[in-house]
Design a protein around this ligand. Structure first.
Ligand code: IPM
Ligand code: MG
Length: 357
């Protein structure tokens, strides 16, 4: 199989973690007889420094002509004071919406080897943590009108949260379809006791439920959901929610599995071209120290193999190698515990290659 993959190394730890994922993709290519060609794309702070904007149109074009996109992380304190439209994160939002990847899939699954790294009580962890957050990615408050008016001292800032039935329906369908491949339980998360957009969300989900009779649909208010995730995460199979709620809940969900550094994500739209990125940020405080955990990015590459390239055997090989790395007692700093062997970012990548072999 020949594939062209756009690679966005980004800022902070982005380049280090992406490097490890590329090593893994190369090893998979040589082991299974595929050719992966990489096209470098500048996005985020590094693109602001080089080109004066976080995602120049030529860079978006490179992503739109690639078979898929792998992203490390973007952002950092260096660009905190640039105008809103020029922030590194704006590049990421433009990329997501330019690619039309409305459906963001964020698994929260505990690796048995890391059960001790979860901040939850053992009795809760032992009930099992294995759910997926399906997050709407290119609508809602992230993409509504943003403005700040008035003089300093009496300024008023506005962010609009808007959803159409069409936008809700297409992500709702992904939620139902995802649940269908799992335990057939879908929890729709919103704030319908306060927000109009949430009342519409709930209505559309219930209308769809009529088409998915085999799926058990439940509703949950987002504040309650935040509580239930730490109280009893075993109750969840698939959560479907809007953009900002999904952003917040997925950070919470990742932490109960041990570390945000372990969690990959896939974002898909109408085609097989996907955007694959770990859910963590660019961790500027540890950038360049070779201590970051590259596993979230490596597992994102595995998701690309599975969902965009339809290569399940190859994806399994990567995921099993990560499991073998953990089984052997290796840990990066974020998941380190007593008696384990601490390794850096590049050593983690190298060991995972060994386990692929
Ligand atoms: C994420 C991140 C992004 C988001 C930021 C960097 C814009 O937090 O992917 O979860 O809010 O979507
Ligand atoms: Mg986030």
């Amino acid at each position: 199989m020949n594939k062209n993959i756009a690679i966005i190394r980004g800022d902070g730890i982005g380049p280090e973690i992406t490097e490890q994922a590329l090593k893994v993709l190369d090893r998979i290519a040589s082991k299974y007889g595929h050719t992966f060609v990489y096209t470098d794309v500048d996005m985020g702070g590094c693109a602001i420094d080089k080109w004066g904007e976080p995602l120049p149109p030529e860079m978006l074009d490179k992503c739109l002509t690639a078979d898929s996109v792998l992203l490390g992380a973007v952002g950092g304190p260096k660009w905190n004071d640039v105008p809103a439209a020029m922030r590194p994160e704006k590049g990421l939002l433009k990329l997501r919406s330019g690619m039309g990847v409305y459906s963001n899939n964020r698994p929260a699954k505990i690796w048995p080897q890391l059960a001790g790294a979860s901040p939850l009580k053992k009795s809760i962890v032992d009930k099992g943590i294995d759910f997926i957050i399906v997050r709407e990615l290119i609508g809602g408050i992230y993409f509504g009108e943003h403005k700040t008016e008035g003089a300093e001292g009496s300024a008023v800032a506005t962010d609009i949260l808007k959803y159409s039935e069409e936008e809700i329906e297409r992500i709702g369908r992904i939620g139902f379809e995802t649940a269908r491949k799992r335990k057939k339980r879908l929890c729709s998360v919103e704030k319908s006791n306060v927000l109009d957009s949430s009342r519409l969300w709930k209505k559309v989900m219930h209308r769809l439920a009529g088409e998915y009779g085999d799926i058990e649909l439940s509703d949950m208010l987002v504040d309650n959901c935040a509580m239930q995730i730490v109280k009893d995460p075993s109750q969840f199979d698939v959560i479907v929610t809007e953009n900002m709620f999904g952003d917040i809940l997925s950070d919470e969900a990742s932490m109960i599995t041990g570390s945000i550094g372990m969690i990959p994500s896939s974002s898909l739209g109408a085609t097989s071209r996907g955007l694959y990125e770990p859910i963590h940020g660019s961790a500027p405080d540890i950038a360049g120290t070779d201590t970051a955990n590259p596993i979230g990015t490596i597992l994102s590459a595995a998701m690309m193999l599975r969902y965009s390239f339809d290569l399940p055997k190859e994806a399994d090989a990567v995921e099993n190698a990560v499991g073998a790395f953990l089984d052997a007692g290796y840990r990066t700093a974020d998941i380190m515990s007593e008696g384990m062997k601490r390794v850096g970012c590049s050593e983690c990548g190298r060991l995972i290659l060994e386990y692929i072999d």
